[in-house]
Write a protein that binds this ligand. Structure first.
Ligand SMILES: Nc1nc2c(ncn2[C@@H]2O[C@H](COP(=O)(O)OP(=O)(O)OP(=O)(O)O)[C@@H](O)[C@H]2O)c(=O)[nH]1
Ligand SMILES: [Mg+2]
Length: 309
């Protein structure tokens, strides 16, 4: 496929078009992934999440600047599950784009739901694969909010950074939101606020309780003031340590395997869903439906007649 070849050769317009094709889930998706998949596995993939306004975008910018000083290319994927907009730039990203617009080593892309809530995490995963294959050294995935979709999206990351601010609530709320399970690094941002120290202490205690043995990864708690670039190089060290841990413990391989299994499951579900939609449209199915409406058969029987599984 010529478009993918052009993308792999570093052409930006081709990259944008391949990503759009992945987003719209078109017919050539399997062919695209066939060409893309063997070239993945080189990029460092980081997920960044946290409540609205915690400072995710500010920190993503700081991390990007840091990686750029090391000569690494960076792709930023901003995912907003509540937004129907995609392809273009949401407000915060537009500002960012100006900042990095002249930098060839930075690529920014926003993804929204486009009305298809369920498919977003799957599409995001494939977009990240495309960026990995396109040769970016680092892919940063920023998701707004802390709901289930966001948690699903972050499964694709090697290292997940959860950003909290002093007003994010107490540790019980954090546990309830499932953040302890997905976090590899905690960041307490806005440390110019007096309550930040207390929050960081609580997090350290919570992590200690949740870390059963010394061999397990102990989630570090890093304090930052993102808008003044404080604590960012320490955060970078924490990220590097986690990446090293993934390597030597074998956890990285396990993560990849789980992610791959989920990807394959999602493909099967997507295919099955299409098939079911098609079989519901036939005249035979419509007849079965009217039989159910007249209470001649029950919904389970109807389902079995339409699509025996
Ligand atoms: N006081 C203070 N403000 C900060 C700090 N870091 C970021 N901010 C400000 O917090 C606001 C929100 O920052 P963003 O980076 O847009 O936060 P976000 O988490 O990306 O927000 P959403 O994408 O809307 O969820 C901005 O006005 C930042 O300038 C900090 O360390 N201290
Ligand atoms: Mg943001």
């Amino acid at each position: 496929m010529q478009l993918v070849e052009q993308m792999l050769a570093g052409q930006r317009f081709a990259l944008a078009r391949v990503i759009s094709k992945v987003e719209s889930r078109g017919k050539d998706l399997p062919r695209i992934m066939e060409l893309v998949f063997p070239r993945t596995g080189k990029a460092q993939i980081l997920g960044i999440t946290g409540p609205p306004g915690a400072g995710k975008s500010t920190l993503v910018d700081r991390l990007t600047a840091f990686y750029r000083t090391q000569g690494k290319s960076v792709a930023i994927v901003a995912v907003d599950p509540s937004s129907p907009f995609s392809g273009g730039a949401i407000l915060g990203d537009r500002i960012r784009m100006q900042q990095h617009s002249s930098d060839e080593g930075v690529y920014i892309r926003s993804l929204g739901t486009r009305g298809k809530q369920g498919g977003l995490s799957h599409a995001t995963k494939e977009v990240v694969m495309v960026l990995d294959a396109a040769g970016f050294d680092v892919v940063l995935v920023e998701t707004a909010g802390v709901g289930q979709t966001e948690l699903d999206i972050l499964q694709l990351a090697q290292t997940v950074i959860v950003i909290l601010v002093p007003e994010s609530g107490d540790s019980i709320q954090i546990m309830k939101a499932g953040l302890l399970e997905i976090a590899d690094v905690f960041v307490v941002n806005k440390c110019d606020r007096p309550e930040a120290d207390q929050m960081a202490r609580e997090l350290v205690n919570m992590v200690a309780l949740a870390t059963p043995t010394p061999e397990d990864w102990t989630i570090p708690v890093q304090k930052t003031e993102a808008n003044r670039n404080h604590g960012v190089s320490e955060l970078m060290s924490a990220i590097q340590s986690h990446q090293a841990y993934l390597q030597f413990s074998g956890e990285g391989k396990k993560k990849t395997l789980i992610s791959l299994e989920k990807e394959i499951t999602e493909i099967l579900i997507e295919k099955l869903h299409e098939k079911l939609q098609a079989s519901l449209k036939t005249t035979e199915s419509q007849q079965i439906l009217s039989q159910a409406l007249e209470k001649k058969i029950d919904p389970y029987k109807a389902a079995n007649l339409i699509y025996p599984l």
